[in-house]
Design a protein around this ligand. Structure first.
Ligand code: F6R
Length: 598
C-alpha cells in the first residue's frame, strides 16, 4: 500500500490489489483515491501468503469505477493482471474471446489480457510462457504484471512502450512502473528494455525476450530520495511533465487508424450522419485549452472548409450565440471540470448543438455531459501550468479535423494518411526540441530581472505566442503580452523601448512564404526601435539570423503542425525564468489546477 501511495501521482481515480491467500486469488478494488482502498482493506483484510500485485489507475477505457479498477481476473480466477497503457486491438480480441464464451465484467481494454492469460495458463500451466504468447498478440503500449494461483511465489511482467522497472532487494524483489514505489526498500534497480518479460521471485529475477531468449539488462543504483522519486528525480512535476511530452503525444495518437487505413475515433459517439450535417463549428475552452482551440481553427478550416469560431468559454453563453442542430461545439478541457466550459457545454446542448469534448481526465463531468468525447492520453498532469496536455490537445484537434475531412469526403484517403504520417513523426520532433533547450534555460535566467516580455506571432504562431505569454504570467508573475505581429503597427509598437525582450515565432519559409517574409519585416521593425529579439525559427532559416539577438532553432515541420514544436521553448523559458525568481512552478500563487467556479 505504501508503494501504491508513492505511485498515486500517476493516477488516482481508482485502485486495487490482488493477493494469493492459501491458493485462492483474492482481490479488493475501490473507485476514488487510494484512501478508499485502504478503508476497504481495513474492513475486509487480505492476509496473503503469496505474491501480490496492485495498481492505481488513470482511466483510459471505461469509467473510473470499482469494476473497471485493476487488477482484472480471468473467468476461473486463476490469473490476476494489472496494466498500464492502451491495447489498441482490444476490441477485436474481446469479440474473439466472447465468441469462445468468456464473460467480461468491465469495459476496460485490460480485461482481454486476463482472459487470454487464463486460457494460456490453463493450456500450458506456465505463466511465463503464457505472458510471452499473449504479448505477441497485443498491439499498442502496455506494461502487464500478473500472478497465478498455480505458482504463488511468482510475479510475471512484460512491457512494450510503457515503463517497468525491477527493484532488487535482499530476499525480496519488486516490480513497479517507477522506482518511487520501492525506494524505501531498495535502491538497486534493473531497467527493462522494449518487448521483454521478467520472471520475479523473492530470490531471483530473470529477464527474457518474447521468444524466451535471455537478454542483457541494465542494472543501476538510484540516488534520489523518496520524495524526489515521485517526480522521477525532477525537482518539480512541471519539469518532468515537459520531458514526458514525446510519450504523451505518441499515446494520444496511438490506435487511431484501423487495419484498413481509416481514421477511427473510438469514443466519438457522433455518427457520420451527424458530422456530415455540421454547418458551423464553435470551439469553447479556457486558458491554455483556448489556445489549443485557436490553433485548431486554422487546421479545421483549412482541411474541412467548415466555418469555425473559437470563444473563451466564460464569455460564450452571455452573448446569445447562434447555435442549432447543425452546429458542432467542441469543448476542450484538460480536467473536464472547468465550470466555465461546463456551463458553456450545457448551454450549447440546450440550444441543440452537438457537443464533442476533448478531455484528458477520463470520466470527468464535461465528457459525461457531452454527446461525444475524444480523450487525450497525456496521463496525470500535476503541475498547475498545462504543458503536456496542451501538446496532446493539439494532436487531438488535428485528429478531429482530419476525421471530419474523412467523413465528409473532403480529402482523399492518401491525403489524410500523409498528414497522419506527419503527425506520427511529432513525438520524435518533440524529443529533438527537448534535446536543444539548454540555451533557452540560460537565456531565461539572464532575463530574471526583466519587467515585461512581449510575444509576437502570425497565423498558428499567434496562439503559440499567446500561450508563451500566459505561461510567463502564471509562472513568473511577469507582465507578458502577445500580439499578432501584423497588429504591432496599429498601436503596440509604441511599447518597444531599448532592450525590451521580444519573442517572435517565425513560420516556416517553406510554407506560405508571404507569411514568413512579413514576420521577418516585423522583427526588423521592433529591432530598429531597440528591442532585444528572441527568435524561434525553423533550422536552416538563415534569413532571420541577422535580425535575431538570440536564435532558437526548431525542426522543420508542416506549417499547421508547427505549434507542437514551437511551444516547447516557450514552456522551458517560462519555467526556468520562474525558477530563477524562486517561484514554485508546480503551484503558482493564486491558481488551482481545476477551476470549478465561474
Ligand atoms: C494554464 C492553465 C489554465 C487551464 C485552464 C483550463 O497553464 O493550465 O489556463 O488551461 O484553466 O483548464 P481545463 O483545460 O482543465 O479546462
Amino acid at each position: 500500500m505504501d508503494g501504491l501511495a508513492r505511485l498515486e501521482y500517476r493516477g488516482y481515480d481508482s485502485a486495487g490489489v490482488a493477493m494469493l491467500d492459501e491458493g485462492v486469488l483474492r482481490t479488493e478494488k475501490s473507485a476514488g483515491k487510494l484512501a478508499n482502498l485502504r478503508q476497504a482493506l481495513e474492513e475486509r483484510p487480505i492476509s496473503g501468503d503469496g505474491a501480490g500485485i496492485g495498481h492505481t489507475r488513470w482511466a483510459t477505457h471505461g469509467a473510473p469505477n470499482d469494476v473497471n479498477a485493476h487488477p482484472h481476473v480471468d473467468g476461473n480466477r486463476r490469473v490476476a493482471v494489472v496494466h498500464n497503457g492502451i491495447i489498441e486491438n482490444f476490441a477485436a480480441l474481446r469479440l474473439e474471446l466472447e465468441d469462445q464464451g468468456c464473460k467480461f465484467l468491465s469495459e476496460t481494454d485490460t480485461e482481454v489480457t486476463a482472459h487470454l492469460l487464463g486460457i494460456e495458463v490453463a493450456e500450458h500451466g506456465d505463466l511465463v510462457a503464457a505472458m510471452r504468447a499473449v504479448c505477441k498478440r497485443l498491439e499498442g503500449a502496455f506494461t502487464l504484471v500478473a500472478t497465478s494461483v498455480d505458482d504463488p511465489g511468482l510475479v510475471v511482467a512484460a512491457r512494450r512502450n510503457s515503463p517497468l522497472v525491477v527493484g532488487r532487494g535482499q530476499g525480496e524483489n519488486f516490480l513497479a512502473s517507477d522506482v518511487a514505489a520501492f525506494i524505501a526498500h531498495t535502491r538497486e534497480a534493473v531497467e527493462l528494455g522494449q518487448d521483454q518479460v521478467v520472471e520475479l521471485r523473492a530470490d531471483s529475477v530473470s529477464v527474457t525476450d518474447y521468444d524466451g531468449n535471455p537478454v542483457e539488462v541494465n542494472e543501476y543504483h538510484v540516488d534520489w530520495d523518496a520524495s524526489a522519486a515521485e517526480k522521477g528525480g525532477y525537482e518539480y512535476f512541471m519539469l518532468k511533465e515537459i520531458i514526458e511530452q514525446p510519450r504523451a503525444v505518441a499515446d494520444t495518437l496511438l490506435g487511431r487508424v484501423s487495419a484498413d487505413g481509416q481514421l477511427t475515433l473510438d469514443e466519438m459517439r457522433l455518427s457520420p450522419e451527424d458530422l456530415r450535417s455540421v454547418e458551423k463549428i464553435v470551439i469553447i475552452a479556457c486558458g491554455t485549452s483556448y489556445h489549443a482551440g485557436l490553433i485548431a481553427k486554422y487546421a479545421i478550416e483549412h482541411w474541412c472548409r467548415i466555418p469555425c469560431e473559437v470563444e473563451v468559454a466564460s464569455e460564450f453563453r452571455y452573448r446569445d450565440p447562434i447555435l442549432n442542430q447543425q452546429t458542432m461545439v467542441i469543448a476542450i478541457s484538460q480536467s473536464g471540470e472547468s465550470m466555465d466550459t461546463l456551463m458553456a457545454v450545457r448551454y450549447a446542448r440546450e440550444q441543440r448543438a452537438k457537443v464533442l469534448a476533448i478531455c484528458n481526465v477520463n470520466g470527468s463531468t464535461i465528457p459525461r455531459e457531452s454527446d461525444g468525447v475524444l480523450y487525450t492520453h497525456a496521463g496525470p498532469e500535476v503541475g498547475v501550468a498545462a504543458t503536456k496536455t496542451f501538446l496532446t490537445q493539439l494532436a487531438a484537434c488535428y485528429l478531429v479535423g482530419l476525421y471530419l475531412a474523412q467523413v465528409r469526403g473532403l480529402k482523399f484517403g492518401d491525403e489524410i494518411n500523409a498528414v497522419i504520417a506527419q503527425l506520427a513523426t511529432m513525438p520524435e520532433q518533440v524529443e529533438r526540441v527537448l534535446g536543444t533547450v539548454e540555451p533557452v534555460r540560460e537565456l531565461a535566467r539572464s532575463l530574471a530581472d526583466a519587467d515585461t516580455v512581449l510575444f509576437l506571432g502570425r497565423h498558428v504562431g499567434y496562439p503559440v505566442a499567446m500561450e508563451g505569454a500566459l505561461k510567463l504570467k502564471e509562472l513568473a508573475y511577469m507582465h507578458a503580452e502577445a500580439f499578432a505581429a501584423g497588429e504591432l503597427k496599429h498601436g503596440p509598437i509604441a511599447l518597444i523601448e531599448d532592450q525590451l525582450p521580444v519573442v517572435v515565432v517565425v513560420p516556416s519559409p517553406k510554407g506560405r512564404s508571404v507569411l514568413h517574409d512579413k514576420i521577418v519585416s516585423n522583427i526588423q521593425e521592433v529591432r530598429a526601435r531597440g528591442a532585444r529579439t528572441i527568435v524561434i525559427a525553423e533550422e536552416g532559416d538563415e534569413s532571420v539570423r541577422p535580425y535575431s539577438d538570440v536564435l532558437i532553432e526548431i525542426p522543420a515541420v508542416p506549417t499547421l503542425l508547427q505549434p507542437i514544436v514551437s511551444t516547447i521553448p516557450m514552456q522551458v523559458f517560462a519555467c526556468e525564468l520562474a525558477l530563477a525568481k524562486g517561484n514554485d512552478v508546480d503551484q503558482p500563487r493564486n491558481l488551482a489546477k481545476s477551476v470549478t467556479v465561474e
